[in-house]
Design a protein around this ligand. Structure first.
Ligand SMILES: O=C(O)[C@H]1O[C@H](OP(=O)(O)OP(=O)(O)OC[C@H]2O[C@@H](n3ccc(=O)[nH]c3=O)[C@H](O)[C@@H]2O)[C@H](O)[C@@H](O)[C@H]1O
Length: 431
């Protein structure tokens, strides 16, 4: 029996005569029928494309996962190798901020004397990450693995402690810089507070617990006027959010020492400088600008008094860090529970001879053989303090800390490095 469709639209032309209107209707229907077929095809193609794209993104995310900077048997092997101790009585140290200025130098010094070192760094772009990558390459060439990851990544930290029973943590990762805190306050909370707590949570749960040595700052002395600064002096009037987060770090570490028996040593660094340094710091940016013929801004304190800093050379800081690690004493807790009192220490690591900022510029001019274009302005209310000056007798007594590089000598080494790194003919340096 023919269908209604066959009757109306016979397959054999002429069998059924249709009027014009009917014909148009038929055309329309045909057209509609072919459009719906096309529509179905289009839908099919869209579905196909969508499933291809989602498959592709699955593959991508999968490959991102599998090629992530951490995880996997091979990665664990690399971590273990890097943490391998090559001297009797040596330590295996997790160095956070390993691709940073101080982190790089400390990692190299530890490795050189036979300790195991695993680095961690998030390679953020607070300053040119290519310098951090270059430091990482330097560390790699000395057999030190630097894992790319953030302090706030608790899973990564836990994994590292699963793979290696670190005896010590040298915690140097932080959001540095005094004045930048006004631009990006939350980055200080993220790294210096939240990141610190995440790290301490992992340390307190680790079996065995490591001893923790970490970087505090001379800035905790804030607006104090009593000089030189001693560890027993008040630290309750910070001048910047940076200082406030470092001060908070001292209090936070204290609670982990008190509740969980973690051995804690906080080091108050005084304006550390040297080769592979931080481009955001004055001596570094002054060097760049002087070489480029650009003006430098020199801040001046109240009543036209020059600002001064107890500039401390990196090699002296490294000695202080190693001395602290060597004398840190053991954490006492296990399974997250305190088993006895553990050391809680704080030391100044400075140079004990403050230098005025204009004098720093004089020294740079001599080493660079270029005159600076000085733009002297009143210190803006940006968190700076007028001067710093360390009393280091505590560190001297505890582990023989004795800085031996004056600013003149240290800057000479820095300038030599700067010119070799950026090139004599390429005076552009970092932006
Ligand atoms: O000891 C610390 O705890 C801190 O040291 C360092 O801070 P600061 O002592 O402020 O060093 P830095 O910026 O080099 O300025 C040096 C001098 O140059 C002056 N200064 C700075 C910039 C400028 O353009 N002009 C200028 O006169 C400026 O006013 C100051 O008087 C670390 O950055 C910080 O992370 C922290 O570790």
């Amino acid at each position: 029996m023919p269908s209604l469709e066959d009757e109306l639209f016979p397959s054999t032309p002429g069998k059924f005569k249709v009027d014009r209107a009917h014909n148009m209707n038929r055309q329309f229907h045909r057209c509609f029928a072919s459009t719906s077929t096309m529509f179905l095809w289009a839908l099919f193609l869209i579905a196909l494309t969508a499933s291809y794209l989602s498959f592709q993104s699955f593959v991508d995310s999968g490959s991102r996962y599998f090629s992530a900077s951490w995880g996997g048997i091979q990665w664990e092997k690399q971590v273990r190798n890097s943490a391998q101790i090559h001297r009797s009585g040596g330590m295996s140290v997790l160095v956070t901020g390993a691709a940073g200025f101080v982190g790089t130098h400390v990692s190299l010094a530890l490795k050189k004397r036979g300790d195991g070192v695993v680095g961690l760094d998030n390679f953020n772009n607070y300053y040119d990450p290519s310098l951090k990558k270059a430091r990482k390459s330097l560390l790699n060439s000395h057999g030190i693995l630097v894992v790319e990851g953030d302090l706030n990544d608790a899973k990564l930290l836990a994994k590292l402690f699963d793979v290696v029973a670190f005896t010590h943590v040298m915690h140097l990762a932080a959001q540095a810089g005094v004045r930048y805190a006004m631009e990006n306050p939350n980055s200080y909370v993220h790294s210096n507070i939240a990141g610190l707590v995440t790290l301490l949570e992992i340390c307190k749960s680790a079996n065995p617990q490591p001893a923790v040595v970490w970087a505090s700052s001379s800035s905790v002395y804030g607006l104090n006027e009593k000089v030189p600064f001693s560890e027993a002096d008040r630290t309750d009037q910070p001048a910047s959010l940076y200082a406030a987060t470092k001060k908070a770090g001292e209090e936070i570490t204290h609670t982990y020492n008190h509740i969980y028996g973690l051995s804690i040593t906080g080091l108050r660094f005084f304006t550390v400088y040297g080769p592979w340094g931080r481009p955001d710091m004055a001596y570094f940016s002054f060097t760049r600008n002087i070489l480029q013929g650009k003006p430098i801004t020199i801040y001046r304190g109240k009543n036209r008094v020059d600002l001064a800093r107890d500039f401390t050379y990196i090699d002296d800081i490294v000695k202080g860090c190693l001395g602290s690690l060597d004398t840190s004493g053991k954490s006492t807790g296990s399974d997250g529970k305190k088993k006895g009192n553990a050391p809680y220490r704080i030391f100044n690591l400075g140079n004990t001879s403050p230098v005025k900022v204009p004098e720093l510029v004089n020294i740079l001019e001599r080493h660079l053989k270029v005159k600076a274009k000085r733009n002297i302005v009143d210190m803006p209310g940006n968190g700076d303090v007028p001067f710093t000056h360390a009393n280091i007798s505590l560190a001297q007594r505890e582990f023989g800390y004795k800085p031996s590089t004056d600013l003149q000598t240290g800057l000479k080494k820095f300038v030599r490095w700067y010119l070799s790194y950026y090139g004599y003919n390429n005076r552009k340096g970092l932006q």
